[in-house]
Write a protein that binds this ligand. Structure first.
Ligand code: 5GP
Length: 344
């Protein structure tokens, strides 16, 4: 047994210190980022927010609404024919991930969709990205599809980021074990890693190899999204913040009146497991829960709140571009230790 006494931070443990600067105007802050991916060698540019591949969030309607600037990770329960039809539209290809799991039949799915379209992005998703089996599956997809941009996860520590980028030949590693709004992994298993520290440590490891990270889970406010980018995330994935919008897949509490809200549940919750796997097997526990979220109308408005928050944060610290936010950031630790300052 080993105890790590280094303090680790969550979003709530820090604030970003404002700085005197030749402050850029909010309206001129450049939110678009351009990335060249490590293994696919493809390029992408846009505002690096990603709708989560949860079944109510990663819908085709969400992809249409967030595109072409931001990205959507379609959930993995779409039928291959529907995906082929969707990805045949050239406008939707450049900003939408298809998601696959790691079962045998999942491995064939990108190939089937690729036969008919030129799919660019795949997300290979497992609740626990720490197994050799997972790394081997990522590697197998890379070998079959050298030009796909692959996002793989989830993990929360640098050695596994390196493993997925090097051995798995992934391009983007998804970071987050336990921070999700409807996740109960920390409660059920005691396993997890404070998300802000996970992002800082994993981004550093990925960037050293010219790989990328997507911070996934735990953002409840635009300020949390800002902190994730300031910590070094290349992409930020959102579930709960995008729940309850018109573009979501529901289920709505009252299908005839969305004002009653939307049921939002974790993909490892009893609700999801009953829906997609026919029930919870007796050797495992659920690691997700269900809540009701208010109806929030069109997602564009929420997106504007988030991008507005990022623009304003950049102006506060003197970053002319989102790209510069991390190096302009000084986090002030405000909960556990008093006013300790970390420069990153
Ligand atoms: P949020 O933005 O809602 O805080 O977090 C979204 C993320 O939570 C998802 O992208 C996914 O990684 C994670 N997640 C979704 N459902 C579950 C679940 O049932 N259990 C766990 N452990 N994580 C989940």
């Amino acid at each position: 047994m080993h105890i790590d006494y280094d303090p680790k931070l969550d979003f709530d443990d820090v604030l970003i210190r404002p700085k005197r600067s030749e402050a850029p105007s909010r309206s001129t802050v450049e939110l678009r980022r351009s990335y060249r991916f490590l293994n696919s060698q493809r390029q992408w540019s846009g505002i690096p927010l990603v709708a989560s591949n949860m079944d109510s969030i990663g819908t085709m309607e969400m992809a249409r609404a967030l595109g072409p600037d931001s990205m959507t990770c379609l959930h993995k329960y779409h039928a291959a024919d529907d995906l082929s039809a969707f990805f045949s539209d050239p406008v939707l290809r450049g900003h939408t991930f298809m998601t696959v799991g790691i079962r045998d039949h999942d491995l064939e799915k990108p190939g089937r969709v690729l036969q008919d379209t030129s799919l660019d992005f795949v997300c290979i998703d497992a609740a626990n990205g720490y197994t050799k089996f997972f790394v081997d599956r990522v590697k197998a997809v890379r070998q079959s599809h050298p030009n796909l941009t692959i996002m793989a996860g989830n993990v929360a520590t640098p050695e596994m980021v390196q493993e997925l980028l090097i051995s798995g030949a992934a391009d983007i590693v998804k970071i987050g074990i336990g921070p999700g709004s409807v996740c109960t992994t920390r409660i059920m298993t005691g396993v997890g890693y404070p998300q802000l520290s996970a992002i800082i440590e994993c981004a550093d490891a990925a960037h050293g190899l010219r790989g990328h990270v997507c911070a996934d889970g735990g953002c409840r406010t635009p300020g949390d999204v800002v902190k994730a980018f300031a910590a070094g995330a290349d992409f930020v994935m959102l579930g709960g913040m995008l729940a309850g919008h018109d573009e979501c897949g529901g289920p709505w509490v009252d299908p005839n009146d969305r004002r009653a809200g939307m049921r939002f549940y974790g993909m490892s919750s009893q609700t999801a497991i009953e829906r997609y796997a026919g029930g919870v097997r007796d050797y495992r526990a659920c690691e997700g829960k269900e809540t009701i979220v208010a109806h929030k109308g069109p997602v564009r408005k929420t997106l504007q709140d988030i991008t507005g928050g990022i623009r304003s944060a950049c102006a506060y610290v003197g970053a002319a571009r989102l790209k510069d936010l991390s190096k302009c950031t000084t986090f002030v630790v405000c909960h556990r230790t008093h006013n300790t300052v970390f420069d990153i």
